[in-house]
Design a protein around this ligand. Structure first.
Ligand SMILES: *Cc1c(COP(=O)(O)O)cnc(C)c1O
Length: 377
């Protein structure tokens, strides 16, 4: 992103990333960390060497171009593109950079088969099956057609077979659990049929929640995303303890610009949606929706200042947000207000921020991570 217009401080704790990887590796047998969208906003260029040093020999990116970039940065292991070869030039990158694309349509498979013939060598792919997400992938009912296409395109090598669970993080909802179990059954069937036809591959189904919760769905490769970055996918469920030791990797601070007193009757920020009912102290913090800090947090969110909680007063502006520091008398201009993370009892967890945001931790990570980041650990 272009530099200089915001004052946000995004800190990435690589020691926490390492800790989370090791923790997940105790559950899973072989991890394929998901580093799409610039490692969920944490910065792929700095994240991948940590994962590689921990033993990750295959990573999942979003676009093929992101995979090619990862290759340029020097990652020598397997690179899987979850979005597949779709943009102009993607197939050339698949071939030249050794990116393994997700393939979920017959024409993609045939096109990569033609590429393999032109190059005179095999092109490894990850076959994607839709077992219940209604998003990308072949349907299990397409198996006969897929087998025919594979027979007609011997240059296409099935390296992986994948599907994605729609509700693995809702273990207390019987209908969601039933969906997950049905997806796993369909996936097992797909793998059995493909293996019976002579294809040899690594199967992969489990995301973060299923890594923690469902060892029977681990197959050869597991795909942790959110848990690597330290948000607990089982937060708020009866199984939350399974992810209780995960440590948030990202914290985000912004400086206090000004501290001011409010008289009873004074309105705060655009529209005066908050009116002081008593004398209060307020701090103006240099963060707003231009920094990815959602305007939906207006009147709902909180920050951490001097280890304590400061509630947002009124509307979040483009580059500023006003918070209540009536109970934090030592706050001064230049102090850090933490929108995510911070010290002591006031520390803001990713799950809390997501709750106020009306979202899940994935979204604040991706959006706040667009600002300049610094690294420690
Ligand atoms: C993003 C993604 C994952 C990771 O999911 P988490 O819930 O973050 O662990 C795994 N597989 C696919 C296909 C994905 O798109």
């Amino acid at each position: 992103m272009s530099i200089g217009y915001n004052l946000l401080r995004v800190r990435i704790d690589l020691a926490a990333l390492r800790h989370n990887y090791r923790l997940l590796n105790r559950y899973g047998s072989r991890l394929m960390p998901v580093v799409k969208a610039d490692a969920y906003g944490h910065g792929l260029q700095r994240v991948f060497p940590v994962l590689a040093a921990e033993g990750a020999d295959i990573l999942a990116v979003g676009s093929v171009a992101e995979g090619a970039q990862l290759r340029q940065w020097g990652f020598g292991g397997g690179i899987v593109s979850l979005l597949g070869a779709v943009a102009p030039g993607d197939e050339e990158l698949v071939a030249s950079q050794g990116v393994i694309p997700f393939v979920g349509r017959g024409e993609q498979l045939a096109s990569l088969g033609a590429l393999a013939r032109r190059m005179g060598r095999q092109v490894p792919v990850a076959l994607k099956f839709d077992t219940g997400m209604s998003r990308l992938g072949f349907a299990p009912a397409d198996l006969p057609e897929v087998l025919e296409l594979l027979a007609a395109n011997p240059g296409v090598k099935v390296a992986l077979v994948a599907s994605h669970l729609a509700a693995a993080d809702e273990p207390d909802m019987p209908d969601k659990v039933a969906t997950v179990l049905a997806q796993a059954d369909r996936f097992d069937h797909v793998c059995t049929v493909l293996r019976a036809a002579g294809h040899e591959f690594d199967a992969t189904l489990a995301n973060s929640a299923a890594i923690l919760l469902r060892p029977e769905m681990h197959h050869e490769l597991q795909r942790p995303g959110i848990a690597l970055y330290g948000a607990n996918p089982l937060h708020g469920t009866s199984r939350a303890a399974l992810g209780g030791e995960l440590r948030p990797v990202m914290s985000v601070g912004a400086p206090v610009l000004e501290v001011r007193e409010l008289e009873p009757g004074q309105g705060v920020s655009y529209g005066g949606t908050f009116v002081a009912e008593r004398p209060m102290s307020a701090a103006v913090v240099a963060v707003g929706y231009a920094d990815g800090y959602s305007r939906g947090l207006s009147g709902r969110g909180q920050m951490c200042l001097h280890g304590r909680r400061a509630a947002i007063l009124g509307r979040v502006c483009m580059q500023m947000t006003v918070v209540d520091i009536s109970d934090i008398p030592d706050a001064r201009p230049g102090d850090d207000a933490w929108l995510l993370g911070g010290e002591g009892a006031g520390r803001v967890s990713p799950e809390e921020l997501a709750l106020w945001w009306g979202s899940i931790p994935y979204e604040p990570f991706c959006l706040l991570g667009l600002s300049p980041r610094s690294y420690e650990g």
